[in-house]
Design a protein around this ligand. Structure first.
Ligand SMILES: Cc1ncc(COP(=O)(O)O)c(C=O)c1O
Length: 278
């Protein structure tokens, strides 16, 4: 169904502080021109992230009230588990407070000093967590992904040639996993094709390495695949999402984007052993 209006009512408003250009310039200078050192209340339009740009539905807020706070075996966990399992197909579902926590846990399990982690583009928290575990974060997005003028329809793709070269250069022992960020947020939120996900899978199979998605925009990436990739026009977004997840061994997710919640994250695994360690 297509609508020209948003098919929902907005019931909550939160006032924001209106600042003058001079106040914003002063705040930026006081922060040493580092947007991470600004106070959020001084920011009129926040373009640092796509987090927190959604709003929860009345049903989601009602879910907070219906939440089962039992010390163990809470019904709410099983509702959450069933939904995530249905959406992604993963057996092992660990809830975290944010995407960055999922990354921290994953890399503590897999990354050691001197290791190298390839990604199309690491998000800033992902890069920081790789480095915190002693690894080096390497970005391998295709050339079109670095060219703002390029009209390539799926410019979040990873260069398979560069991924192969990296394996040859540093050796498989130093690469503990391969990651792909969908959509590629640090590269302008550009989508990754299913063909590219499959090609990265093939390289991971060749070197017997786990393959993880940083999947906070899993739904948007699937929608772009539907719109732009040959052969997907008649598939539903949820079918495409399932296919994307079926090609990988796990995922870190910030649920604050396509998860449409105010705060939250996920760490997903196919392997019981890795999930156990995490
Ligand atoms: C691609 C990507 N990965 C990870 C994160 C980190 O998620 P969080 O802010 O929930 O820790 C973000 C958040 O903006 C993101 O865009």
């Amino acid at each position: 169904m297509k609508t020209i209006i948003e098919p929902f009512r907005i019931k909550v408003v939160e006032p924001i502080k209106l600042t003058t250009r001079q106040q914003r310039e002063d705040a930026l200078l006081a922060a040493g021109l580092n947007v991470f050192s600004l106070r959020a209340e001084d920011v009129l339009i926040d373009l640092l992230t796509d987090s927190g740009t959604g709003a929860m539905s009345s049903e989601q807020w009602a879910g907070v009230m219906r939440g089962d706070e039992s010390y163990a075996g809470a019904t709410s966990f099983f509702r959450f588990y069933d939904r995530v399992h249905e959406l992604t197909g993963f057996e092992h579902v660990l809830p975290t407070h944010q995407g960055r926590a999922s990354e921290r846990i994953l890399f503590e399990v897999l990354v050691r000093d001197g290791m190298v982690v390839p990604n199309n583009n690491h998000f800033d928290t992902t890069r920081a967590n790789v480095e915190h575990s002693g690894g080096e974060a390497v970005d391998l997005v295709i050339d079109e992904g670095r060219d703002p003028k390029s009209q390539h329809p799926l410019k979040g793709n990873m260069s398979i040639e560069r991924l192969e070269q990296l394996f040859e250069r540093v050796g498989p022992d130093r690469i503990p996993l391969v990651m792909l960020t969908v959509t590629n947020n640090s590269g302008g939120g550009q989508p990754v094709s299913m063909e590219n996900i499959r090609a990265v899978r093939a390289v991971c199979d060749k070197y017997k390495k786990p393959f993880f998605l940083d999947a906070c925009r899993f739904a948007e990436n699937a929608y772009f695949i539907k719109l732009r990739e040959e052969g997907y026009q008649d598939r539903t977004v949820s079918e495409i999402v399932r296919e994307m997840f079926s090609l990988v061994d796990g995922a870190t997710i910030s649920a604050k984007k396509d998860g449409l919640v105010n705060i939250g994250g996920l760490l997903l695994f196919r392997s019981a052993d890795l999930a156990g360690e995490a």
